[in-house]
Design a protein around this ligand. Structure first.
Ligand code: ADP
Length: 159
């Protein structure tokens, strides 16, 4: 049984993330979408809000479960019998960071494999930071995030 985890901050969830989630469901028997709890990083959405967005947008996938975690990813993998880490690759700029992460994770847990997936062309350059920047200036985010997330972002920026 292949149990995968797709870890990230999902602040906010984008079509890029969802694209990777959909691909990962075809590879993993069970997919855990893991929201990384990082209190040092200032986020737009609370953990609860990010969880709600992910649960709402992933409800069509019956093998997907949304959880939050803190600490080392490999420890969370061991505790939950996870044998595969899913990461997304966008531009070359992601590569250096991702290869370092994959390498250290393999050193810490040799039996957990990291798999890299690519989103389809139109989602390839979508990032949470880009969404936040466009939303700050009231730009159209409808091609970047699902409608549920877009409405949550609009609520946040209109207060
Ligand atoms: P971001 O980098 O947008 O803030 P996360 O930290 O939540 O997002 O990223 C979690 C994972 O999803 C990372 O492996 C990241 O490279 C990947 N990812 C995010 N957006 C995309 C995208 N548009 N295409 C492919 N992978 C992506």
């Amino acid at each position: 049984m292949r149990i995968g985890i797709y870890p990230g901050s999902f602040d906010p969830l984008t079509y890029g993330h969802l694209d990777i989630i959909e691909r990962a469901t075809k590879i993993c028997d069970r997919l855990i979408v893991g929201i990384l709890v990082n209190s040092a990083k200032k986020s737009l959405f609370s953990l609860e809000e990010r969880t709600e967005c992910l649960e709402h947008c992933c409800r069509v996938y019956d093998t997907v479960e949304v959880v939050s975690f803190s600490g080392l990813l490999v420890d969370f993998c061991r505790e939950n019998q996870i044998n595969c880490i899913i990461r997304g690759l966008r531009a070359v700029s992601d590569f250096e960071y991702e290869i370092t992460l994959a390498s250290i994770n393999r050193r810490l847990a040799a039996d957990v494999e990291t798999l890299f997936l690519m989103a389809r062309d139109e989602n390839l350059f979508v990032s949470s930071s880009l969404v936040k920047e466009v939303a700050t200036y009231n730009g159209d985010i409808s091609t970047l995030v699902p409608p549920y997330v877009a409405s949550r972002i609009r609520q946040t920026f209109s207060v």
